[in-house]
Design a protein around this ligand. Structure first.
Ligand SMILES: NC(=O)c1ccc[n+]([C@@H]2O[C@H](COP(=O)([O-])OP(=O)(O)OC[C@H]3O[C@@H](n4cnc5c(N)ncnc54)[C@H](OP(=O)(O)O)[C@@H]3O)[C@@H](O)[C@H]2O)c1
Length: 301
């Protein structure tokens, strides 16, 4: 038997521990003895009943984990005792986790399991957004009309101090060498952290009366020019500001709807007027399609 985290009560606010049988590994799967499992916003939303568990996934919380390989299948590329981290559609917050081995990454010797347990979900989401969903890193007709080089593109990251936000910003700055990255945050502490530690060009505290109109602020700073790409997990509350601050041929990458998913107003008209490309994605529902993408990530780290 193994122990796993449970939730119950109003809004899933009562956390507990229950026991259940060890998962049985299927073809291509390995069994991981979990040491750490990262906590992500999606776990909190699942606990509150705001996001459904995708069909076929474990309803135990936890979208990522790190630990030791406990059992393998015959042709596995792993051996018992290997230190791994993995991305899963659920089930991470348990002592044992059965996972397709293609969703596992070896943990480098110099990295501890606590760090490894918080990497896959945030960093693979950021990697997905930059290299798979957005057109930033690939040839796209809009990139020709907007003739800036990738380093000169101006980027806005909402919820900049979130797990995904901080991963995105670090990749934008340190891998793609983008010079101008703006972010929105909900406190002065987060603003100072992003400006002083992660070195964004400027962070805007949307709860501050003078900074909540970050769209107008950015246009003012840039002499009327806006941003080329917005990475948006906020949705509803920011749609008008996104439409206003994006440049012609800009790109709006939607990967969450923290403030809701409804829009009212001339949404499509504004997209059309500026030839804005709207892309969206969610990683969890595609757990069986990310193998190639994980392979690319493995090559890149
Ligand atoms: N599509 C995908 O594949 C994918 C994968 C992973 C995560 N996600 C999504 O990415 C988002 C971030 O996830 P995470 O785990 O990195 O989150 P996190 O670390 O828990 O941070 C989320 C932050 O978002 C901000 N926020 C929350 N509600 C907001 C609102 N109504 N308006 C503006 N900001 C708000 C808050 O920061 P402030 O205090 O700064 O407001 C909050 O701390 C979530 O929406 C999650 O579902 C999507």
């Amino acid at each position: 038997m193994m122990r796993h985290v449970t939730y119950s009560g109003e809004g899933g606010s009562i956390l507990g521990v229950a026991t259940s049988p060890l998962p049985i590994i299927k073809e291509k799967e390995v069994l991981i003895n979990v040491v750490y499992s990262g906590l992500n916003r999606s776990d909190i939303m699942q606990r509150k009943g705001l996001v459904p568990v995708p069909k076929g996934e474990s309803n135990i919380l936890g979208l990522e984990a790190s630990g030791y390989i406990h059992k393998t299948h015959v042709n596995s590329r792993f051996k018992i005792g290997d230190k791994v981290m993995c991305l899963v559609g659920g089930g991470g917050m348990a002592e044992y986790l059965a996972v397709d081995e293609d969703l596992c990454l070896k943990v480098p010797d110099e990295m501890n399991l606590a760090v490894a347990g918080s990497i896959p979900e945030a960093w693979l989401t950021a990697f997905q957004l930059l290299y798979w969903i957005s057109n930033l890193t690939r040839d796209h007709p809009n990139n020709k009309y907007n003739s800036k080089s990738i380093e000169d593109k101006v980027i806005l990251v909402h919820a900049g101090a979130s797990g995904v936000g901080t991963s995105l910003i670090q990749m934008l700055k340190n891998i793609l060498n983008i010079k101008t990255v703006y972010a929105t945050v909900g406190s002065e502490e987060k603003k100072n952290f992003l400006q002083n530690e992660i070195k964004v060009t400027r962070a805007f505290n949307y709860k501050d009366e003078t900074e909540k109109n970050f769209d107008a602020e950015i246009l003012k700073i840039n002499g009327g020019s806006g941003v080329d790409v917005v990475f948006d997990c906020v949705g509803s509350n920011y749609w008008q500001k996104n439409a206003d601050v994006l440049n012609v041929d800009g790109e709006w990458v939607l990967y969450g709807t923290l403030s809701g998913g409804s829009v009212n107003g001339n949404f499509l008209g504004q997209l059309l007027k500026k030839r804005i490309v709207l892309s969206s994605t969610t990683l969890r529902t595609r757990s069986n399609q990310v193998y190639t993408f994980l392979t690319i990530f493995r090559i890149n780290i």
